[in-house]
Design a protein around this ligand. Structure first.
Ligand code: AMP
Ligand code: DBH
Length: 548
């Protein structure tokens, strides 16, 4: 039994095999290559696992899950934070052909329900340190809501019957790995989304493994690499660009941080002699600020490479990396759907500061389309269109959305507005998709609008981005309401619906009606301009006394 998904056309698949991108190997091979090494593979604040231990523990858990009736054809909903068990679980599931969705730890009931109702998981793996699973009754309620769930394992469980730790300690017996075939779905990646329901991205062993190997090559990860994983562990960027899986492939070490703050990361960098890490732009801003304000802060001298991606990095901020941190910068423009662009380690600094990199694979087909779908020349801004050996061909169970997200040739339209330089480097210019990029965390406007509309006093809602110095963008909800309202009520309403905290609007504005475009759609461009104009008049008011 395999998972349904949109496959690459035969001619492309054949090309990708012939050119050595698709090797026919499962992702478990990444661990297999290192499995007999007794050097550290991954550490969190509690424990360190060697490669041998990571392999052994994932074998034991795989066997334990198999004994409980799980195997090929089953799916799993997993929610773990930045802890070593994340990769024990990930490899265990791959070893028995169970296909997981790894929800972010910041996700709440609304997101988990959306994922579970799409994949109908047989297995739930969660952490009692998450509010949703903190008590027995809460776990039971979740399980009851999703009748497909047959087995539950909890990190920090009170009883052995559901204890992830206890299952990882069980004997593996004569367990033998049986992953799904390499051209089938290995796991689902999460999309930042632009529609009402969070979307899932089927990733095959073949395509994901290629993306990891090529990333390792470009970023020159090897057994000496000590990588700090400061971003959410389940995110595509710290998983695969080259991320933790890239480190495992190269035989280096991953150190997990609980969050990307300077307070947490700086001491870890000094203590573990970290060589490389990946950040989003707001975290970089906070690091630079901390370096100035934190007298005698731990040394960052061991860092040789700092990756920044997930949201647009300004040239000014980019140039501060080598100057103030003293290490090399790499811009990363990627997406869980596939395509990843890197600036190259040998690129000249100006190129690294001013572009978002170049597609990592020679067979990434990337072009820029105008609004009619015609190709634009270098230098002109339009829609990013791409196809390639590790870019998916369709969201899971989303025929309608896929019909508009792909053209007839199977090129994916990411919704980003970009231009290309003469030699094929990408410059991100903006976005068409109805999404807010809050410092790398993506918010689908429609998802939040639908939830706002479920409040009795909300008649109409539009969520738009507003510029923010630190986060790049924050979110503002324009609302038509029956009566006056307090933002606190609407925040409570959204929390009650169980939506991740980062998706709560940063600001609420009541309006008489929402402006419409000539075709009758909500004119979000006008709303954004309104916010910027308001912001300017407020900042003029604030600066007026000094100006005189
Ligand atoms: P997701 O679909 O959640 O994986 O998010 C991918 C999206 O993040 C891309 O389509 C871009 O909109 C945005 N993104 C990622 N990296 C960058 C970057 N370096 N600069 C600008 N936008 C980025
Ligand atoms: O934002 C992203 O999704 C992202 C950024 C950098 C990504 O998926 C990646 C690298 O692989």
């Amino acid at each position: 039994m395999t998972i349904e998904f949109t496959r690459w056309p035969d001619a492309l698949a054949q090309r990708y095999r012939e050119r050595g991108y698709w090797l026919g190997l499962p992702l478990t091979d990444i661990l297999q290559r290192q499995a007999d090494r007794d050097v550290a593979a991954i550490s969190d604040s509690i424990s360190t696992l060697s490669y041998r231990q990571l392999d052994d523990k994932s074998d034991r858990l795989a066997a334990a899950l198999q004994r409980r009736g799980l195997g090929a054809g089953d799916t799993a909903l997993v929610q773990l934070g930045n802890v070593t068990e994340f990769y024990v679980v990930f490899f265990a599931l791959l070893k028995i052909g169970v296909v997981p969705v790894n929800a972010l730890f910041s996700h709440q009931r609304s997101e988990l329900n959306a994922y579970a109702s799409q994949i109908r998981p047989a297995l739930l793996i969660a952490d009692t340190h998450h509010a949703l699973f903190a008590e027995h009754t809460l776990v039971a309620a979740f399980v009851e809501q999703h009748p497909s769930l047959r087995v539950t394992a909890l990190r920090n469980a009170e009883d052995d019957a559901h204890s992830l730790a206890a299952w990882i300690a069980e004997e593996a017996g004569d367990f033998c790995a049986s992953p799904t075939p390499a051209d089938e779905v290995a796991f689902f990646q999460l999309s930042g989304g632009s529609t009402g329901t969070p979307k899932l991205i089927p990733r095959t062993h073949n395509d994901y493994y290629y993306s990891i190997r090529r990333s390792v090559e470009i970023c020159r990860f090897d057994s000496q690499t000590c990588y700090l994983c400061a971003l959410p562990i389940a995110h595509n960027y710290p998983m695969s660009s080259p991320g933790a899986l890239g480190v495992f492939y190269g035989g280096g070490q991953v150190i997990l941080a609980t969050d990307p703050s300077a307070q947490v990361c700086f001491p870890l960098i000094e203590q573990h002699v970290i060589t490389v890490t990946a950040l989003v732009p707001p975290a970089l801003t906070l690091w630079l600020q901390a370096m100035k304000e934190w007298e005698g802060h731990p040394s960052l001298d061991s860092l040789t490479l700092l990756q920044v991606g997930g949201a647009k990095l300004s040239e000014t901020l980019a140039a501060r990396v080598p100057q103030e941190i003293g290490c090399q910068l790499q811009q990363v423009f990627g997406m869980a759907e596939g395509l990843v662009n890197y600036t190259l380690l040998d690129d000249d600094p100006q190129r690294i500061f001013t572009t978002q990199g170049t597609p990592m694979c020679p067979d990434d087909e990337l072009w820029v389309a105008d609004e009619h779908g015609n190709p634009l020349p270098a230098g002109e801004t339009g829609r990013l269109m791409t196809r390639g050996p590790y870019t998916f061909q369709g969201y899971y169970l989303s025929p309608e959305h896929n019909a508009s997200a792909f053209d007839e040739q199977g090129f994916y339209c990411s919704g980003d507005l970009i231009s290309l330089t003469d030699d094929g480097y990408v410059q991100v210019q903006g976005r068409l998709k109805d999404q807010i990029n809050r410092g790398g965390e993506k918010i689908a406007a429609e998802e939040i609008e639908n939830l706002l509309l479920r409040h009795e006093c909300v008649i109409n809602a539009a969520l738009v981005s507003m510029p923010d110095n630190l986060m790049g963008e924050k979110s503002c909800a324009f609302l038509v309401t029956r009566s006056g309202f307090k933002p606190v009520q609407l925040r409570r309403h959204l929390r009650e619906l169980g939506v991740a905290e980062f998706k709560l609007p940063d600001r609420f504005v009541r309006v008489e009606r929402l402006p419409l475009t000539p075709v009758g759609k909500v004119d979000k461009k006008l709303l954004r301009e309104k916010l910027i104009a308001q912001e300017q008049s407020i900042s003029q008011e604030h600066t007026a006394p000094q100006g005189e």
